[in-house]
Design a binder for this molecule. Structure first.
Ligand SMILES: Nc1nc2c(c(=O)[nH]1)N[C@H]1C(S)=C(S)[C@@H](COP(=O)(O)O)O[C@H]1N2
Ligand SMILES: [Mo]
Length: 406
């Protein structure tokens, strides 16, 4: 068979799959022609996302969720934001997928197949909160470059895999190990095979925690392609950029990992507070580690309409990086008085917690419900924007919804 024939057969097969029906005149497809259905893929159906999600960017795909779509205790795929720095990996071959552990700080490089990982090591399941470091960026002024995330770059799904620690014990790590860095199969926007879209990591202490997984399942099924199929590093509570998708290699480093987006200003904030708009030298920027305390009202949707005398039950989730949320409060008078919400214990460490409360409103008019979480060290969310930083990270301002009583 000629290569060109083969290519158009593949195109026909993909088009049939995407259309969910026969391509009636398929045999007349001009060679090399891509049917429209493949030229302009619909991200909602391609990634099985809720139609209410917001597409911020298509090359690479960046798709944001909304507060009211995140009401489930465990986030379903359809409501999970997607943040890609490059293009999705192509031609994923699960049968031959491997994970290599290498780096200055391993005695001997070792490679595992997916089957090795699944059969050699005990499997664990944890609910893990992953929030993009840039979630909330769009509020910063002067504005910061990058995806203008609103509230929806956070999720808490249930991940199943093996502990990175167990694998690293099997490899034998040298005493001088300080950091891990992941490498993955996604493709740089330039399509240059020598460039990586992103290669980040974390200190050994975080890498060796019970909850740091090399995951192959999400919410009880194979990980969806957009979220890292077939293998993903998951380190809850830290910027989600640490949780490498489509990983095929983890390097154990004797220096702070210096991969793409680990250096310069990426995923870093000024070590000391700066004035809005100030230029900060690279040497004065520090790597973001545990994410700050935050919460989201997921029910009702902002703009709720009530009748006077009607009580409103509302609820949401709260999380605090490596810590727990110790207290959850709400205000209906723009933060002048606060009342306590009920809050559940986390299902496991690094899972978000669920809060709820019931309130009534004294008279007809416009109100806002503000929600504020406090972590186990006594730190609370700021009512409005926290400290400005050049890249617009770590906006953990209180979430608020509008309510009208008539
Ligand atoms: N290989 C790879 N891993 C990656 C990324 C990426 O572009 N490539 N993006 C990171 C960033 S910045 C975030 S916020 C999360 C997003 O995870 P999600 O798309 O599953 O929500 O994945 C992280 N892991
Ligand atoms: Mo991110």
């Amino acid at each position: 068979m000629q290569r060109r024939d083969f290519i158009s057969k593949t195109i026909l097969a993909s088009a049939t799959l995407a259309a969910g029906t026969t391509i009636v005149y398929g045999k007349y497809l001009p060679k090399g022609y891509k049917p429209l259905i493949l030229q302009d893929p619909d991200p909602f159906s391609m990634f099985k996302k809720d139609k209410e999600m917001l597409v911020l960017n298509d090359k690479p795909w960046n798709i944001e969720s909304k507060a009211h779509l995140l009401n489930d205790d465990i986030t379903p795929n359809k409501a999970m934001f997607i943040r890609n720095n490059g293009l999705l990996p192509e031609n994923i071959d699960v049968e031959n997928w491997t994970l290599t552990i290498d780096g200055e700080s391993v005695s001997k490089t070792k490679t595992y197949t997916l089957n090795d990982l699944k059969s050699k090591f005990k499997q664990y399941t944890y609910q893990l909160t992953l929030e993009c470091g840039g979630n909330g960026r769009k509020e910063f002024n002067p504005p910061a470059k990058g995806n203008q995330w609103g509230l929806g770059a956070v999720h808490c799904a249930e991940w199943t895999g093996v502990r990175l620690r167990d694998v690293l014990e099997d490899v034998e790590i040298k005493e001088d190990a300080v950091y891990i860095g992941y490498h993955a199969a996604d493709i740089h926007l330039s399509r240059s095979p020598d460039k990586e879209p992103i290669s980040r990591g974390c200190p050994m202490k975080k890498a060796l925690e019970d909850e740091t997984l090399i995951a192959f399942e999400m919410n009880g099924e194979a990980i969806p392609i957009a979220h890292g199929y077939p293998l993903r590093l998951v380190a809850g509570g830290w910027p989600a950029s640490v949780s490498g998708k489509w990983i095929n290699r983890i390097s154990i480093r004797n220096i702070v990992h210096d991969g793409t987006k680990m250096t310069g200003q990426a995923y870093r904030v000024p070590c000391k507070p700066v004035a809005p708009g100030e230029k900060v030298a690279d040497k004065d920027m520090c790597i973001i580690e545990s994410m700050p305390v935050k919460s989201l009202i997921t029910y009702p949707k902002t703009g709720a309409m009530l009748k006077l005398g009607q009580e409103l039950s509302f609820n949401g989730h709260a999380w605090a990086g490596d810590l727990e949320v110790a207290k959850m409060e709400y205000s209906i008078d723009f933060g002048s008085t606060w009342h306590e919400c009920e809050i559940t214990a986390p299902k496991n460490r690094l899972a978000w917690q669920h809060f709820s409360a019931k309130t009534s409103f004294p008279e007809v008019g416009y109100y806002e419900i503000w929600a504020r979480a406090t972590d186990s060290n006594g730190k609370s969310q700021p009512m409005v924007l926290p400290g400005w930083n050049p890249k617009g990270y770590l906006n953990n301002a209180c979430h608020r919804i509008a309510v009208k009583v008539s």
